[in-house]
Ligand binder design. Sequence first.
Ligand SMILES: *Cc1c(COP(=O)(O)O)cnc(C)c1O
Length: 462
Amino acid sequence: MHKKVDLSELSPADTMLTPAYGGRAVNEPVPKYEMPAGELPPETVYNLIHDELMLDGNSRLNLATFVTTWMEPQAAKLMAETFDKNMIDKDEYPQTAEIELRCVNILSRLWNAPKQATATGCSTIGSSEAAMLGGMALKWKWRDRRKAQGKPHDKPNMVMGINVQVCWEKFCRYWEIEPRFVPMEGDRYCLNAEEALKLVDENTIGVVVIMGSTFDGRYENVKEVNDALEKLNADTGWEVPIHVDGASGGMVAPFLQPDLEWDFRLPLVKSINTSGHKFGLVYPGVGWIIWRDQAELPDDLVFHCNYLGGDLPNFALNFSRPGNQVVAQYYNFLRLGQEGYRQIHEASREVAMFLSGEIAKIGPFELISDGSDIPVFAFAVKPRNNFSVFDISDKMRERGWLLPAYTFPKNRDDLAVLRAVCKEGFTRDMANMLLIDLRRAVEHFQSQPEHTAKVSGSNFHH
Ligand SMILES: *Cc1c(COP(=O)(O)O)cnc(C)c1O
């Protein structure tokens, strides 16, 4: 969100851009917060914006983001060639639509959709939109069941771990659903079946289980929740389903943990979302949602509009959206195949586990996770040090590393961690450089006994 800047509070110089490349073309400074009255030459504008963007951190040193920071030049070329494709214009761009259909097929098979069912799904702008769509389908299905039984349907709730990504809190608030959070307890940082089931009742539209927790990268146990819910449903006559938030893990588990049952192999898993722009290895923003069967997606959520020509069913929050990210997703699927994804993610996992292992050896750090599920791990500073994770994060930033520090939610908000997301492009060499800087940061604080640990300071949004 951005607010209108009060220009009267700024010095005149702060309201202007002063192009260094302007030369004769630009004699006048350019206003920042108002649209300039006249035109500027394209090369000047390019240089101006290009230079300003250098102030963004270096994305390759960014261990905070889950999102892809590098793609092959051929993929970038394809994306540039398809900047003009609007994903919604399926009638005009039937081949882009066909490519989306192929991706949906590829994912539904990767996630073991049952052979006898008709899996169905679509691309989205990211996992957040996919979560909205998945959550709505759960709400509609629950409401239809309640109506059919002549029971009240005005108090829906959804059960999830307190470690959910913010998109699920948004979903609940925007669609007026009571969120029921399984709290963290001791060293359990995610939901388990026993605690989740305590919160489930006849008004539960579904349980969200996360494959790759934002807080520490660990998988929640989908199978355990599935088995416990199956029993509960059998005992009560309820039909509480599961949605798997596979924002990260949906694109990792099929390659690194193929025997782990977390997907449509489990009968109560009705829908799964993933972020194509995370471990799907595509630039932002593309996400996916797949339902195990078309029966899980109520008809009245799907719109049919004919003003682009043809009758094309559509379930989305946006109308227009770039088609080139879907094209890039397909590029990766074809280019890498299952073995390519496996090798890339395996390499990232090796780097993550090497890094977490070395960090544990430094002394003052304690691992919260080790990066063996998705290549993401979190670590804390042990008590009785004169520095905190926030100090370390700041110190690492001096060297260009973006290593976010944040506190855990309720019940464990005493715990603050640093998190490293090891993506393709973060090599073992870079991990070694990071370790040198991390050891140096520790020595820096240890050599200053008068320093006291900073207690907060995070502006990281999970
Ligand atoms: C990143 C993430 C999201 C949100 O995904 P976007 O693609 O950024 O919208 C949701 N859930 C989890 C577990 C995530 O890691």
